[in-house]
Ligand binder design. Structure first.
Ligand code: HEC
Length: 110
């Protein structure tokens, strides 16, 4: 009986974690579509000169999660690039955890 109860608790907490993950991915998706896709495009290939193609196998998304999270929060400009990535993509109220979730989301879809 005791075993059954703890197994049940385990699956219950796994469900909660999955729901939270699904929610944060949904939020990232809607931020991406509303804020980021203007420059990066729904396809991730980039809509404007200087915007990197996220779909390239050894492209920008091969950087570490930490580096990409910082690039999103602080903005980013490569040497000689015609355009910079604006801090938080121009969404001033973006939190650190939203930026981290965004990196997970980008790596999962591109
Ligand atoms: C005004 C256009 C614009 C918007 C809006 C924008 N970006 Fe960018 N982004 C860029 C450009 C341009 C670069 C490349 C900059 C460079 O390499 O000089 C870039 C680069 C990046 C990179 C790669 C950083 C690196 O370290 O190589 C990531 C990740 C990224 N953007 C994510 C996002 C996310 C997430 C959003 C939305 C919250 C967003 N961008 C909104 C223009 C934009």
């Amino acid at each position: 009986m005791k075993k059954q109860v703890s197994a049940c608790l385990l699956c219950f907490s796994a469900t909660i974690t999955n729901v939270a993950l699904a929610d944060s991915m949904k939020e990232a998706e809607s931020i991406y579509k509303d804020v980021c896709a203007v420059c990066h495009g729904i396809t991730g290939k980039g809509e404007l000169p200087g915007v990197p193609d996220f779909t390239l196998p050894n492209g920008r998304l091969s950087k570490s999660d930490e580096v990409l999270t910082d690039s999103i929060l602080d903005g980013f400009k490569s040497e000689g690039s015609p355009m910079a990535m604006p801090p938080k993509g121009g969404m001033p109220n973006m939190s650190h955890s939203q930026a981290k979730d965004m990196v997970k989301y980008l790596k999962s879809i591109f």
